[in-house]
Design a protein around this ligand. Sequence first.
Ligand SMILES: [Cu+2]
Length: 163
Amino acid sequence: MQVKFRSAALAASFAVAAALASGAALAQVDVSNAWVRGTVPTQTASGAFMVLHAHENAKLLGVSSPMAAAELHEMKMEGNVMRMRQVKSLDLPRMQNVELKPGGYHVMLMDLKGQLKAGDTVPLTLKIEQGGKVFEQKVTAEVRGMVPAAASGAQAGHGEHKH
Ligand SMILES: [Cu+2]
């Protein structure tokens, strides 16, 4: 089938629509249970957590938010010390749940613009590579109340949690 466009502008808009449609088809990462730990007024850092499920192999390249500086972090035990480091990307193997959770991979939120109270929402933009293309996926994370640092472990790497 041959499609002729009456104008270059129409052809261009068709091309854009097609690109958007294929982009949408590529966005095959389900995000669930997105939440952010609430903060106290003087606190400038927190963590965002979620479950990612890619239908085709994908990679999380980064996260951004208008409310904070965001970095992808990994927390793990080295010897008996909980350490946190920045990671460049996170593999999302097809049809597997990859959990960002306290004590593991997480989105570090720094330089928070304000206090995060339970019930607030934090917009996050995930940068994901899939099928050789990079796209952005918007996520709204719900702020949940503070949990004791000892229970979450998420503060340990910052040296704020001492016994
Ligand atoms: Cu962190």
